[in-house]
Design a protein around this ligand. Structure first.
Ligand SMILES: N[C@@H](CCC(=O)N[C@@H](CS)C(=O)NCC(=O)O)C(=O)O
Length: 194
């Protein structure tokens, strides 16, 4: 049984999309930042880092976006979220997710100009490719999309600044799993800092 702790629009949006892509049955547990629910003893017992996302797998906690995406891709191979038959493409997906978690995610905290530089690198790396890794849709695209979704909708890039990320964003927004996640999370309500 899968239980998913998430807060709308936050990092947890990526595994939320992946759960829908996989058609996985899961129990959804929204967590309120406003009510400081990531700081309660009950939540800290599940994730001592006090952060979402958390996926409970038969009661065992799995944390970190990349870890949960990897678990879902491997557990539901029919969804085709990892190119399992191509080691190099799979390594490219891991490479993107490492870059996203270690460099893109913390970039905002180092200032808007720094964030723009980091997104410019991602934009050049994506280039004309439809998808991030190995020419196929994968969990790396979901991870990348969530960070750009947040950046785009909070600070907003200048027109034409990130053409590849914009095209990727449009491709992602057309996916039913992304639409479903956005609708569900918007209905609960966003509690994101500016
Ligand atoms: N490295 C973590 C980052 C998770 C993270 O930063 N979660 C934030 C939301 S985007 C959070 O739960 N913050 C709540 C808090 O700090 O109280 C991952 O990839 O899962």
């Amino acid at each position: 049984m899968l239980t998913f702790y998430f807060s709308p629009g936050s990092s947890s949006m990526a595994p939320h999309i992946a759960l829908h892509e996989c058609g996985a049955a899961f129990e959804a547990r929204p967590v309120s930042f406003g009510k400081k629910e990531t700081r309660t003893p009950a939540f800290l017992a599940i994730n001592p880092a006090g952060k979402v996302p958390v996926l409970l797998i038969d009661g065992r906690a799995l944390t970190e976006v990349a870890g949960i995406l990897f678990y879902l891709a491997r557990t539901f191979p029919a969804a085709g979220l990892l190119p399992g038959d191509d080691v190099e493409a799979e390594a490219q997906a891991v490479s993107w997710m490492s870059y996203i978690a270690s460099t893109i995610h913390p970039a905002r905290r180092q200032g808007l100009e720094h964030a723009r530089e980091v997104y410019a690198v991602a934009d050049r790396r994506l280039g004309k490719a439809a998808w991030a890794a190995g020419g196929r849709y994968s969990i790396a695209d979901i991870h990348l999309f969530r960070l750009y979704w947040r950046f785009r909708n909070s600070l907003g890039p200048k027109p034409g600044e990130f053409p590849s990320l914009e095209a990727h964003y449009a491709r992602m927004m057309a996916r039913p799993a992304v639409k479903k996640t956005c609708e569900t999370e918007a209905a609960i309500g966003y509690e994101l800092p500016k």
